[in-house]
Design a protein around this ligand. Sequence first.
Ligand code: NAD
Length: 479
Amino acid sequence: MLCAAMAIATPTDFASPPPKTASKTDIVETVDKLRATFESGVTRPAEWRVTQLRQLYRMIEDEESKILSALKSDLGKCAAEGFIGETNMVMGEVKVLLSNVRRWMRPRTVSAPLTVQPAKAKIHPEPLGVALIISPWNYPFQLAIAPLAGAISAGNCAAVKPSEVAPATSAVIAELCRKYLDQSAVAIIEGGVPETTALLEQRFDHIFYTGNGTVGRIVMQAAAKHLTPVVLELGGKSPCIIDRDVNLEVAARRIAWGKFFNAGQTCVAPDYLLVHEAVKKPFLDKLAEVIREFYGDDPQKSPDYPRIGNARHHKRLCALLDSGKVFVGGQTDVNDRYIAPTVLTDVSPDSAAMQDEIFGPILPVLTISSLDEAVRFVNDRDKPLALYVFSNDADRAQTVIDGTSSGGGCVNDCVMHLAPHELPFGGVGPSGMGAYHGKASFECFTHMKGVLHKPFYLDAPLRYPPYTDDKMKWVKRLS
Ligand code: NAD
């Protein structure tokens, strides 16, 4: 599968043209067209949903090399990381939706109390309507197409706005969706802030936004105008706690992979480490060893190590390197948008690196003397998108999970909680609201309509006035 991507661009192909943009009139017309399609009812039947999901799957299967090439061009992402973190991830999601959508969309009978009998209480899952999906640049394919698969599975029309910061992937998404999907129901609108702003002025039935919290607030404000429900998939500083008793080698490997995959530009990457003082030295030595094993003595020459999304983020990240003592890495090259996998020690909680989400390959290490101290440290800050705890003692790890709040996380691993399709994925508090993946994706774009179905026979007079004592006695007895 990966061989298909051999003819991909080099990491220096960074000068992709900006995405084609849509005018405000185009946007209004597109949304009107999507609404007309939705109102025609064509997207509701299972057949339409299944056909479109199959087409989405085929699109990725047939065009994988094109997608991986665009990812390489935008982010210097190697074929393996493009496959693991983008195409394969979406194909897995589409497969789960395809296998279950007919069952999930069926009305489900639930129990009804004696007071309403004879009757049937049913949940009728219905599509929300026209959804807007706004996606970011770090996993530019996955984060546009996985929510789209959810919207389609639930029988919605959708406008997708890929990130302008990943222009090659944005163009490929537009080209392929036009080629493979029902164009009357799915529209790709390329562009940046002006186009997103124009889109947000329209009325949608659902907005699914992935990106930073500042824009998340803009999205929520725009949604409030039409009382449109939102899912916000945001970020934050995801802590990684290392207890005094762990398998140092495995922990170091899993943490280095979770942090430096996609050069740290992963919303659920461990943002910083809280390491127990008893294992700090041997753990850091192992971490340095593992980074060398993964990327060699000069990671800039490694074919597996990606680049930073754009010059602005490169500059922002370089400014964080002064936040501590460089234990590993520290090298940068602005022309190549390169920052080495970097581990910083002697980091103060007040330093620049410990203020906002790092979103890059810089890992600050802080020392703790107990898990209680780690829990207090985490709870003094915003609720993170993910929390990781490494411990040989399951009870001690559980104490951390129970004592903190986060969108999700792992015990003894990083990032891999995104793999099981039955785990809903989303943030809590400032790291987001709502969730998706697997059944949660279907539910996130569905309204669960509760309907009570009554026959005409047996119309018990108990609920009708006049409310006599006798009637009330019976109502109480039957309730
Ligand atoms: P980005 O710059 O690509 O922005 C995301 C989207 O918002 C883009 O489509 C962009 O056009 C639009 N946008 C930007 N500014 C806007 C404005 N002023 N008004 C309207 N729309 C605007 O991506 P980003 O925000 O830099 O993405 C990185 C952030 O996203 C990180 O904080 C990361 O943690 C978070 N993230 C979260 C998840 C998740 O699933 N929870 C996944 C990936 C990234």
